[in-house]
Every structure is written in C-alpha cells, then in structure tokens.
Design a binder for this molecule. Sequence first.
Ligand code: PNS
Length: 167
Amino acid sequence: MRKAVCPGSFDPVTNGHIDIISRASNLFDEVVVAIGVNKAKASARLFTAEERIEMLEKACSDFPNVTVAGFDGLLTTFCEENGIGAIVKGLRAVSDFDYELQMAQMNSSLVDVETVFIPTSPEYSFLASSLVKEVATFGGDVSRLVPPFVLERLTSRLAERAAGGGR
Ligand code: PNS
C-alpha cells in the first residue's frame, strides 16, 4: 500500500492545490491531505482549521482514495503516526525549490520519509493562496483560481473582516 501525504496550509484551497492532489491520487494508493501549521503564515490566516478541512473535503470529494486531516505538530510525526512514507509537494517555479529542498532534507533527516515533487501545471504556476487572498481583498476577480464554494466563503469572510468582524 503506497500512502502519501499532501501537506499545506490551504488557506484556502485553490485550483492549483486540487491539481496536485488529483495527480498525487493517481500515483499513490492512498493520499491524506493534511492541514498543518506554517508558523510564518499563522498571523495571516483567514480560515480556521475546521473551515479549511471542510472546504478541502468538498474539493476532494471526487477522489475516492483521498482523505483530509489536520495536524498540529511536526509533519514527520504525522507521517510516522499514520504509516506514511511519502510527502507530495507541488513545485511552481525555481523560487519554490530552495525552501522545499531544505524542508525535504530536514524531514528525511528526522524520519524515514521521501519527498516527491510534482511540477505545477503551467496554468497554475503563479497561483498561491496568499495572492488569491490579496487580490480578492482588493476586489479582484479570483473566480478562475478557486472552486465556486471557496469563492463564496472567501467573499463572505473578507466582507466580515472589512466590517470589523471575522475570526
Ligand atoms: O502551504 P504551506 O504553507 O507551504 O505548507 C507548509 C507546511 C504546513 C506543509 C509546513 O510548514 C509544515 O510541514 N508544517 C508543520 C511543522 C513542521 O513539520 N515543520 C518543519 C518543516 S521541515
């Protein structure tokens, strides 16, 4: 049984993430999409872990071998606890590579896990959740970049934030 994890912040899930998850689901018997904590991005978080899980579950509902989970600690601990031997990461451009290589090497120094890089499809090479949030905050059209139900959640969360509410 080849089991892999697709880890990320997914704040929120984009069409680029779904492309990588879909392709990983063709390569592995089982794929766990795992929402972790990226310390560097924690202050810019727009959705709670529960909300991100809910959106990912909906986005992955067409992939029978994909499940969604959240984790708090190290990705390598999550891998060990769940019998996962491969970490799948999408690579958008060479600029992603330095950091991803460093994380891959750190992770494999901690436990016996391989990182598999999947090149992002060209149509999504510019796509990042952080940019989607920024463009949407200023009223830009991100409808081609996220699933319709994510667009809805994003629009209402940004409206709440603008009105001084939010989480
Ligand atoms: O989508 P992101 O923000 O690039 O995802 C990064 C994430 C969450 C996969 C990464 O920050 C992570 O693995 N966090 C868990 C904590 C951990 O294991 N840190 C050490 C990485 S070498």
